[in-house]
Each structure stands twice: as structure tokens, then as C-alpha cells.
Unconditional design. Structure first.
Length: 294
């Protein structure tokens, strides 16, 4: 059995770890909230863009938006995490992405942009290294900068003229305790549902019109469509990451509590053994002295 002093040191270490875990839990909960607020802030903005697409797409511009498919490469944007202690968050999304990339891209090597150093390492170990690995934004307020970086990569791919399909792979939060790997097709554009709009479905009394060039307006709306899709994917992924980390920290906290309780029990038993041995020594000494007097 270990000495009480050694057990006290272990209990102190457990308490220190418990404080760290509690701090990480609080940070994760706070981060989840800010990303949830970022996602919520998109709702009205996205609705406005959808209304604009409904008006511009009334004349069925399918051939303008999605020209006949030509040969080209498949591209994927994978959202992971920079840091660990979030369970299987990175493993789940990289496995999901690789599975779908294999079926969607065929034998042609896909272009891959990865956000998150941990996910980038997993892709490389799996034999599918990303063309570029970016770090994730440190807060919700910095998501815009990350989205602008991603858009530059997409523009570069499109300018090269060999981009046919573009998919986003990210973990979608079901709630604060679970997530689900998700994929979203950005290219070819999925705008078929915006081809018709009825006056009865419009929030106002009459359908609006516009005076600027239709192609220019459509291009602006599609840019916003890309921006919102990327922003939401990034925010949802990071919300899911911190939710997974919160769950991991709750599990760690429970394990620490159980281990600390065991150590405290061992400490009490060790102290009791020492006290018992000391009492036995005193009794033995007293009995020896009594025998000498007799």
C-alpha cells in the first residue's frame, strides 16, 4: 500500500486536473453558444437570398446556371478540428468524406481543401493528403475571414477550368451532445426549387421586380449562396466540435471524480492503518512495562 503522503500528492494532482477539465467544460459551453448564435444569425439573411433567387429564377435559367456537364475533377472541402480531446470527431468526418469521395470521384484523384490540422493528418495517413490544410477560426467572429479564404481556393479551381463537382463534408450538430457527419453539394448548383414562385407564397402583396442586369443579379445571389453555405458549414462543424469536447470533458470529469474517491478511500485506509499500528505499539509497550513491574 502506498504511503499517505504519496496518496495526498495523487489526490492533489486529481484535483488540479479536475479544475482544468471544469475550465475546458466552461469554455466549450461558451463556444457552443457563440457558434449557435452565428448559425441563427444566418436564418433571416438566407431567407432574403432565397426570396431573391425565387424572383430571378422565375424564367427557368437552368441552362445558364448549370451548363451541360463536362469532364472535370471532383473537389472536396473537409471541416475537422485543430485540437484534440473531442472524441472521434475528426475520425468520423474524415472516414465519411473518404467513403463518399471514393464513390463520387471514381479513379480520378480529387482536389481536397481541409480545415483543421487534426483532420489533415488523418487524411494524409489514409493516403489522401489534402492539397491545402488551413487552420480553423478561433472564434465565430473570424469565420468570415476563413470563408473568404475558401472562396479564393474555389475561384482558383474554377479558373483552372477543371472543377466539375464540389462537396462540403462537415459534422452537423444534432444537439449539444451528438453530431452527424454531413455532406453538401455546392457544385453543380442545386437551384431547381427556385424556378417557380406563386404570389400566394410571397410575403408581400405583389411580386417584386428588378432593374439591374439579370445575369449580374443572379451572379451576386449565387455568390451569397456560396458564402452562406460555407459559413453555416464552418459554424455547424465548430459547434459540433465543442459539443463533442464538452461530452468528452463530462466523461473525463466523471472518471476523475471516481478515481479521486478511490484515492481518498485508500488515503483514509492508509491513515487508519498507521493509527492502528501506533495504537498497537502503545498497547504492546504498556503491556511490556506492566510485565516488568510484576
Amino acid at each position: 500500500m502506498e504511503t499517505p503522503e504519496r496518496l495526498q500528492q495523487k489526490i492533489k494532482s486529481m484535483n488540479d486536473l479536475h479544475n482544468i477539465v471544469s475550465t475546458m467544460k466552461a469554455l466549450s459551453a461558451s463556444n457552443i453558444h457563440q457558434y449557435e448564435m452565428a448559425i441563427e444569425s444566418l436564418v433571416d439573411y438566407w431567407h432574403t437570398v432565397e426570396l431573391g433567387l425565387n424572383i430571378v429564377m422565375r424564367d427557368n435559367l437552368t441552362q445558364v446556371v448549370n451548363p451541360p456537364a463536362q469532364s472535370g475533377r471532383f473537389a472536396a472541402i473537409v471541416f475537422g478540428s485543430d485540437h484534440g480531446m473531442c472524441g472521434r470527431f475528426n475520425e468520423d468526418i474524415t472516414e465519411h468524406a473518404l467513403e463518399h469521395m471514393k464513390s463520387l470521384s471514381g479513379e480520378v484523384k480529387p482536389k481536397i481543401l481541409c480545415l483543421g490540422l487534426r483532420a489533415g493528418d488523418l487524411l494524409e495517413r489514409a493516403g489522401h493528403p489534402a492539397d491545402e490544410v488551413l487552420t480553423l477560426p478561433a472564434s465565430a467572429s473570424q469565420i468570415v475571414n476563413s470563408v473568404q479564404q475558401i472562396l479564393l481556393f474555389i475561384d482558383n479551381w474554377r479558373e483552372q477550368g477543371n472543377l466539375k463537382d464540389l462537396y462540403l463534408f462537415y459534422n452537423h450538430p444534432n444537439n449539444r451532445a451528438s453530431y452527424q457527419p454531413n455532406k453538401l453539394a455546392l457544385l453543380p448548383l442545386q437551384l431547381d426549387k427556385y424556378h417557380t414562385v406563386d404570389r400566394e407564397d410571397w410575403p408581400g402583396t405583389s411580386l417584386p421586380t428588378y432593374t439591374m442586369d439579370r445575369d449580374q443579379l443572379l451572379s451576386s445571389l449565387i455568390n451569397q449562396y456560396f458564402f452562406i453555405s460555407l459559413f453555416r458549414a464552418c459554424a455547424e462543424s465548430q459547434s459540433a466540435e465543442h459539443g463533442s469536447r464538452l461530452t468528452a470533458m463530462q466523461s473525463a470529469e466523471k472518471n476523475l471524480d471516481e478515481h479521486t474517491e478511490e484515492l481518498e478511500g485508500e488515503y483514509r485506509r492508509a491513515r487508519q492503518d498507521i493509527i492502528t499500528n501506533e495504537l498497537l505499539d502503545i498497547i504492546a509497550s504498556f503491556e511490556a512495562m506492566s510485565d516488568d513491574k510484576q
